[in-house]
Design a protein around this ligand. Structure first.
Ligand SMILES: *[C@@H]1O[C@H](CO)[C@@H](O)[C@H](O)[C@H]1NC(C)=O
Ligand SMILES: *[C@@H]1O[C@H](CO)[C@@H](O)[C@H](O)[C@H]1NC(C)=O
Ligand SMILES: *[C@@H]1O[C@H](CO)[C@@H](O)[C@H](O)[C@H]1NC(C)=O
Length: 148
């Protein structure tokens, strides 16, 4: 019986720790906007594997797989949070700063409340960002970094 509870408890810890770094619903932020960040798989027919991590001395990461044309998103209050993503596509790996001072300036409107939206698009030649959900073929995505 004790073993059963120990295993159940470990299961609970791992279930919660896997959603530790990102929140999937809107946050109540104090004197800052609520950020809603998206990562869209714009590869024609490849799966992307991501670990999206809260960039702290003990990073907490969320693992997900994004099918072509699909996306993941999360919400956060900006103060005290920076995020990066470890991306894997086949045998290629890349780490991208998903929320940094640069991205805060790029996507942010300097609101004191409300919601800021920011979109990442992963394409065969690299990583793009936009303030709006542009279509995948739109030329106005801003190029941020290559895969390698
Ligand atoms: C997720 O939401 C909870 C409750 O609002 C908050 O305490 C926690 O700091 C949030 N996590 C992140 C990484 O923003
Ligand atoms: C972006 O817009 C397309 C339609 O133009 C929609 O299918 C897709 O779900 C949207 N993506 C996000 C992340 O909102
Ligand atoms: C790209 O952005 C510019 C400036 O905001 C706009 O004039 C143009 O119509 C946009 N192009 C497309 C294809 O949306």
């Amino acid at each position: 019986m004790a073993n059963f509870f120990a295993i159940f408890f470990l299961f609970l810890i791992s279930a919660f720790s896997s959603v530790d770094s990102t929140n999937f619903s809107s946050q109540n932020c104090i004197l800052t906007p609520n950020w809603h960040m998206f990562v869209i798989n714009g590869l024609p027919n490849e799966l992307i594997i991501t670990d999206i991590c809260d960039d702290s001395s003990f990073p907490k990461c969320d693992h997900s797989q994004i099918s072509p044309g699909e996306f993941v998103s999360w919400y956060f209050c900006p103060i005290g949070h920076w995020y990066y993503g470890d991306f894997t596509r086949g045998s290629t790996k890349k780490t991208v700063q998903l929320y940094s001072k640069h991205i805060d300036n790029f996507c942010g409107h300097k609101f004191l409340s409300g919601t800021e939206h920011c979109y990442w698009l992963v394409k065969p030649d690299g990583f793009y960002v936009a303030k709006k959900n542009l279509s995948i073929s739109d030329p106005n995505w801003s190029y941020e970094s290559p895969w390698i």
